[in-house]
Write a protein that binds this ligand. Structure first.
Ligand code: KIV
Length: 277
């Protein structure tokens, strides 16, 4: 059954936890969708794990539209959420609406995600009123890494915790249907989750959020050298891939690949004719 934002609201009401993963291309989307993951996030984290930048800041609207299109072609049931990248919604509300429209019309996203709280609430309201559902994103908001002074846990002081709570309520009041809480102390995430009627989706925000999101490359072990504290590895694909590549190279060098079953043949008489000629 296709996931809708109504279904997510029901899951929160019924206390059913919501799993979400990032996906950046057709193949990954097909696998995650077939595995029954109800929400796929085309995160601007693709800037780091796919495009090789050292932050999400260089990611463009064209990058997001291209990858969202790949994911939406691969998924038949999952709700597709696409990130509006840095400066695609901060300049003015009209541009934000046009860009949300691009992710949905050209990319095939069902909803968009935006980082920020009170400061973007009016823009969220305009986009929601235009018919585009919005997921918020609070706490560690990677597009503001330079303003935050690094990738660090947010909301540990009385003042920042209060601000996070106000931001969450502002997003809900503006019509957001869900909020991601990234790198927020578990106790604060629990308070926010209990305070809101819309589902919270945590990443590094403890077990009490209504759902959890993980970055594809982190959970599958595609980065050999770095695992964030909030990630759990469910596979070590970079090791498996390296083993496969080494085996393949050995087989080619030894003349063991390809064998007959992996090759094509032609009519022998035709071949003799060709050689005679
Ligand atoms: O871009 C992304 O992958 C995200 C998640 C970390 C929530 O925003």
């Amino acid at each position: 059954m296709a996931t809708t934002i109504r279904e997510l609201a029901r899951m929160k009401r019924d206390g059913e936890k919501i799993p979400m993963v990032t996906a950046y291309d057709y193949t990954a989307a097909r696998i995650a969708d077939a595995a029954g993951i109800p929400i796929l996030l085309v995160g601007d984290s693709l800037g780091m794990v796919v495009l090789g930048y050292d932050s999400t800041i260089p990611v463009t609207m064209d990058d997001m539209v291209r990858h969202t299109r790949m994911v939406s072609r691969g998924a038949s049931n999952a709700l597709i959420v696409a990130d509006l990248p840095f400066m695609a919604y901060q300049v003015d509300a009209n541009e934000a609406m046009r860009n949300a429209g691009r992710l949905m019309q050209e990319g095939g996203a069902h909803t968009v995600k935006m980082e920020g709280g009170v400061a973007i609430a009016d823009t969220v309201r305009r986009i929601v009123d235009a018919g585009a559902p919005v997921m918020g994103h609070l706490g560690l908001t990677p597009q503001s890494v330079n303003a935050l002074g690094g990738y660090r846990v947010q909301g540990r002081t009385r003042e920042t915790a209060r601000r996070l709570l106000d931001d969450a309520v502002a997003l809900q009041d503006a019509g957001a249907y869900s909020v991601v809480l990234e790198c927020v102390p578990s106790q604060l995430a629990k308070v926010i989750t209990e305070r809101l009627t819309i589902p919270t989706i945590g990443i590094g925000a403890g077990p009490d959020c209504d759902g959890q999101v993980q970055v594809f490359h982190d959970m599958l072990g595609l980065f050999a050298d770095f695992v964030p504290k909030h990630a759990r590895r469910y596979a070590t694909l970079s090791d498996d891939i390296a083993v496969a590549f080494r085996q393949y190279a050995d087989d080619v060098r030894a003349g063991a690949f390809p064998d007959e079953s992996e090759s094509f043949t032609m009519n022998e008489a035709l071949l003799s004719d060709l050689l005679d000629g």
